[in-house]
Design a protein around this ligand. Sequence first.
Ligand code: XMP
Length: 521
Amino acid sequence: TLLVLDFGSQVTQLIARRVRELGVYAEILPFDAPLEQLRAHAPKGIILSGGPSSIYDEGAPRLAKDVLDWCLGGEMPVLGICYGMFAMVAGLGGKVRPAKDREFGHAMIVVDAAAGPMTEFAGEGATGAGHEEPVWMSHGDEVESLPEGFESVAHSASCAHAAIYSEAGAGMWGVQFHPEVSHTRRGTALLGRFLDLCGFARDWSMGAFVEEAVARIREQVGDQGTVICGLSGGVDSSVAAALVERAIGDRLHCIFVDNGLLRKNEREQVEAMFAGRLHNPLVVADAGALFLDRLAGVTDPELKRKAIGATFIEVFDEKAHALGGADYLVQGTLYPDVIESVSARGPSATIKTHHNVGGLPEKMKMGVVEPLRELFKDEVRRLGLHLGLPETMIWRHPFPGPGLGVRVLGEVTEPRCAVLREADAIIIEEISRAGLYRDLWQVFGVLLPVRSVGVMGDARTYENALAVRAVESVDAMTADWAHLPYEVLGRISNRIINEVRGINRVCYDISSKPPATIEWE
Ligand code: XMP
């Protein structure tokens, strides 16, 4: 194992991810984890992460004395990144000070000596000392004086010690920049060389992740524990369920809530995907009528979301009880959800009340199993493929918990859902046929609470308008409307107006997020 001690940087998880991409298993532990816990991992190397604090801030994270002595005692190689480098320097008697010029973002470093962390940078392409390398910086402090035994091996315009190195012990490296960020061109190479220095075989893979995750789930749940999973058919819950299934088999029960707000054939697809894959048959809650009943007369988007969320909990709870309850609930939480929820960015405005299975564990007094907590979306996809889930499911676009409830604007009724379902299926079909599905983050239809006049044959029509929404995004935090080819838009519009009774006008949504959001409600 490689241990990453986390000082709170937003990109700490990227370190672990890069290391895993390089074939080494990495674990992240908080900087204040007790020494015995760190030792128990018997790490072959340690990376000290960056962090948001200045080392002089009151309450800035500091390693406990015994941990510091152990980390820097020479037992294994250590790499300090940004704040981690300051912690190392300060711990060994060097000095850190607030920088005159703070650096954020792209920067150039100049390699002064092809030693330690800079070997990779200066070596390739006979670049040698004096070579410039693009890196990504984010710091307000800088190293003022080095501890004994250290040499400076790179500098930048605004900092004298952009990379430092000491041969002492098993080797100590420090870098002011962030090698884990892709803007640091040779950052991955640097991390790779560090791993080699630690003596790793670089043979870790998704297969190994599965084994370890399975072992962890078994340990958490114990020999007797029972687990329940709310399966939506989306990538995250499906992969989480498949993993837990592998760990505990028949002690897992999966519940799928058909809320009547699903897309065309969605329930059948989910049933088919899990048929034969689970020890216990998928429990399907047929609750469409109940949800529609709760939504009758509700037009305010937040009230709709709340009604759907509350009904979901009620239905899920009832099914879980019928199964005899469970000790744990599986959640498909991903790493980005973890960062957003723990970040200290202060209270932020509620744009939309997101509905997942949040709120359930408290109500039902269950523990939570979150086997995907350390992964990014693309890693979850690879894991899903590794677990044998079908490609069509792995690449499915995200679909919001409240489903068509937030895509039928205004009151949600079954006839309106039915109209949207047909139009939406045509959109997906044409986008897939054009080979564009995987390039898009999401594409879907929105049924507007607007009617407009048209002419069909010789008759006047007065029917619904539908918006097509297609966006490109990497994380849904921001999104651009997709510049779909006119021919594809043309085919979508033609087919919908001709084939879907009740729609006589199709519009294309050309707003980006922000200021619009991806969903309309
Ligand atoms: P917005 O509309 O806020 O959506 O730009 C961002 C992303 O989140 C999805 N979304 C949801 N996902 N529960 C979910 O699990 C929800 O309640 C929910 N609302 C929106 C949306 O589809 C987009 O991918």
